[in-house]
Design a protein around this ligand. Structure first.
Ligand code: FES
Length: 180
C-alpha cells in the first residue's frame, strides 16, 4: 500500500524520499551577489534551496571550499561570478575558471557527478538569470538525488585537507561556520 513516503531512486541510483537538495552557492560580491539581491528586490520567485556564501571574487574560491561543502551535507554547489572581462580584480574569474577545469577532472576521478558542481557567470544586472540558474540547478539535483558519497570518500578528502593545512590553507572553515 502506498504511504506517500516511499523512497524514490534518483538519476545516479541514489535514494531520495521527497528530497529537497541543499545547495551552497559561492558568489562574488560585485556581480552575482548583487544579482541575487536584485532578484530579491525585484520579487522574482525561485527555489529556496540555496545558501549563499559571498566572497570578494571567484578567484578567492579554493576547491577545498567545495569539498568542505559536501562534507557539511550539501548536495550540490554553485560557483558564480562576473562575466569574463568584468572581474573587479582583472583576472580573478579567469583564475577561477582554470581552477574549475582542473577540479572538474578531480571530481570525475573521485567519482562525484560533475553536475553537482556548476559554474556560471551572472552580472549584477542579471537578477532574472540568477533565478533561472538556481531553478535549473535545483531541478537537476532533484533528479540526481541526495549526495551520499562523502563517507565513502572521507579518507581521500581528509588527505587533501591535511595536505592543504600543511601548505597553510584553512579550507574555508570560518566561511562555513556562518551558513552550515
Ligand atoms: Fe567578480 Fe572577480 S570580482 S569574479
Amino acid at each position: 500500500m502506498a504511504t506517500g513516503l516511499e523512497r524514490k531512486v534518483g538519476g545516479d541510483g541514489l535514494e531520495q524520499a521527497d528530497f529537497e537538495p541543499r545547495i551552497l552557492a559561492f558568489v562574488c560580491n560585485w556581480c552575482t551577489y548583487a544579482a541575487a539581491d536584485l532578484a530579491g528586490t525585484s520579487r522574482l520567485k525561485y527555489a529556496a534551496n540555496v545558501r549563499i556564501i559571498r566572497v570578494p571574487c571567484t578567484g578567492r574560491i579554493d576547491p577545498l571550499f567545495i569539498l568542505k561543502a559536501f562534507e557539511r551535507g550539501a548536495d550540490g554547489v554553485i560557483v558564480s561570478g562576473c562575466h569574463p572581462g568584468d572581474c573587479h580584480y582583472s583576472s580573478g574569474n579567469y583564475h577561477a575558471r582554470r581552477r574549475w577545469m582542473v577540479f572538474r577532472e578531480l571530481l570525475k576521478f573521485i567519482g562525484i557527478d560533475e553536475r553537482r558542481v556548476q559554474f556560471f557567470w551572472v552580472s549584477a544586472a542579471e537578477g532574472g538569470k540568477w533565478s533561472e540558474v538556481v531553478n535549473k540547478v535545483v531541478g537537476e539535483l532533484r533528479e540526481l538525488g541526495p549526495f551520499t558519497g562523502y563517507p565513502a570518500r572521507r579518507n581521500q578528502f581528509e588527505q587533501l585537507y591535511n595536505e592543504a593545512a600543511a601548505r597553510g590553507q584553512d579550507g574555508g572553515e570560518r566561511l562555513f561556520e556562518r551558513v552550515m
